[in-house]
Design a protein around this ligand. Structure first.
Ligand code: APR
Length: 235
């Protein structure tokens, strides 16, 4: 395990807990329901095939809501860390909101996609999208009416896994923030990071499912823990 002073390369994984204090609901706090919907009804390819209007409307509402939210002190602190950290840094997020970017972070990888993108299943081009999809608008690239949310649904492959694992291979420190550790492959990153020799730290409201795998864990609100940790890192 690396000593603190030797830390150059950091991989951070964030989940819904980092955006909770910006008013975006987490997934696993309300009896398995996500915004009053069962996940299987809105976040699977089968759901989209069965009832595309339900799924498109659901994401249209979330896309609209996310644009009314603002980054909190945890996002802002991670933005400062990204700007001030001279070593390598990769902020892998499971979140599909854009609050890390609006909080100033640049080295962000959205492994579960982005609310503010639409993906054309006809030409495979992704376009920045702030409006609605329910009316089946034309793809700006090819003109076909085959846009869907650019979101990784259950049963689909998360994005850019090769980049994530190569960053984990180089990481001296892996930090997991605001994620329950319930959804793979992200939940497995801590084990990979450990196996590859990185130190591991958890910052979460409560112990996550994988909490025993971390060298250190601090439990509390992200808006308190993350700025404290960032100040320590930028020292
Ligand atoms: N500060 C820190 N942690 C918090 C806060 C907070 N203010 N509020 C909640 N948390 C913690 C919860 O205790 C929980 O452990 O954040 C975690 C959120 O867990 P989940 O709701 O399971 O969210 P996440 O881990 O991001 O889910 C992973 O599941 O449905 C999918 O694709 C979706 O990306 C998502 C994935």
């Amino acid at each position: 395990m690396r000593a603190m002073a030797e830390i150059r390369n950091i991989v951070i994984l964030t989940g819904a807990g980092v955006s909770a204090e910006s008013g975006i609901d987490t997934f696993r706090d309300a009896g398995g329901l996500w915004e009053q919907h069962r996940v299987e009804d809105v976040a699977t390819p089968e759901a989209f095939e069965r009832d595309p209007d339900l799924v498109l409307r659901f994401y249209d509402q979330r896309r609209e809501a996310v644009q009314t939210k603002v980054p909190n002190d945890a996002h802002l602190a991670l933005g400062r860390l990204d700007a001030g950290w001279n070593g390598k840094l990769l902020l892998v997020t499971q979140n599909i909101d854009d609050l890390h970017e609006r909080g100033g972070a640049r080295r962000v990888l959205h492994m579960h996609g982005e609310h503010l993108n639409a993906w054309c299943t006809s030409c495979d081009v992704r376009s920045r999208w702030t409006g609605t999809l329910i009316e089946r608008p034309a793809c700006p690239a090819c003109g076909d009416h085959a846009l869907r949310p650019d979101v990784v649904w259950f049963g689909e492959m998360p994005y850019r896994m090769d980049e994530i694992y190569s960053a984990l291979r180089e990481a001296d420190l892996f930090v997991s923030i605001g994620t329950s550790g319930a959804v793979y492959p992200a939940a497995g990153f801590v084990q990979s990071a450990r196996d590859l020799g990185a130190r591991t730290l958890e910052l979460n409201l409560e112990p996550s499912q994988g909490t025993a795998l971390f060298d250190k864990a601090r439990h509390g609100r992200a808006t308190q823990l993350v700025p404290e940790w960032v100040e320590q890192m930028l020292g």
